[in-house]
Design a binder for this molecule. Structure first.
Ligand code: ZN
Length: 232
């Protein structure tokens, strides 16, 4: 079945992107069964594209993505949207610069969330990507706006694009969906290394000014020339 997107070519393109990005969650081992989801804001419009609820990762395609408005109401699509749609929608409504949101229960990061413990910054890669510790957000039940409120309250004004929601899992944000997926991959990577380091001893802190300078360099200098900088 091929769906005609009355919402336009840009939405159809985002459905392709969002469907394809879900494969990255599988490739990096961030998800089990149908848990985890990626969404993208439709730039300049009151819309987002998100994964359908309960569909196997192998069966995700551009034409079964769901288009919702930023209140989480379905605008296009035959399936119900992800059960985390309200949280994604709340983030887009509250943080205008966010273009992509990702949610996973990736094991190592979620183990930190289970203890309600932020991941301290003991790695240069974490300083680069997260600018310091990865914070913990409040415990919140799924359903209403509580998860979204917790994400926004924790990440507003914070350098980290990732939050460990207590007893739950990881939410990441980015200027687009690909950047949010990258943050989810990197969050699990540093969570795993931090766990291993802690298991065998006491990790050595990085001085705050060194974290600042690593973050500054990575965010502004690292990567290719500006034309390709979105692919860093
Ligand atoms: Zn979840």
């Amino acid at each position: 079945m091929s769906m005609q997107f009355s919402t336009g070519a840009e939405v159809a393109q985002l459905c392709e992107t969002v469907a394809a990005l879900h494969a990255e969650l599988v490739r990096y081992g961030l998800v089990a069964w149908t848990a985890g989801n990626v969404s993208a804001r439709v730039p300049g419009r009151n819309l987002m594209v998100i994964k359908p609820s309960g569909v196997s990762y192998d069966d995700l395609r551009p034409d079964n993505m769901v288009v919702c408005d930023l209140d989480g109401i379905v605008v296009e699509g035959d399936l119900s949207p992800s059960s985390d749609t309200a949280a994604h929608a709340y983030v887009y409504r509250s943080m205008p610069d966010v273009g992509g949101v990702v949610h996973t229960h990736s094991s190592y990061a979620t183990a930190w969330a289970a203890r309600g413990e932020p991941i301290p910054c003991h790695l240069t890669a974490q300083a680069d990507e997260f600018g310091g510790e990865i914070p913990v957000g409040p415990f919140a039940l799924i359903g209403g706006d509580d998860i979204g409120k917790g994400i926004v309250a924790t990440l507003s004004g914070h350098r980290s694009p990732a939050v460990l929601m207590a007893n739950h899992g990881v939410f990441t944000i980015g200027p687009d969906a690909r950047a949010a997926v990258k943050a989810a991959v990197m969050c699990e990577d540093v969570a795993r290394t931090a766990h291993l380091a802690r298991a065998l001893g006491q990790p050595v802190p990085i001085a705050a000014e060194d974290i600042d300078s690593l973050y500054e360099r990575y965010q502004n200098v690292y990567g290719q020339a500006p034309v390709a900088s979105t692919n860093r």
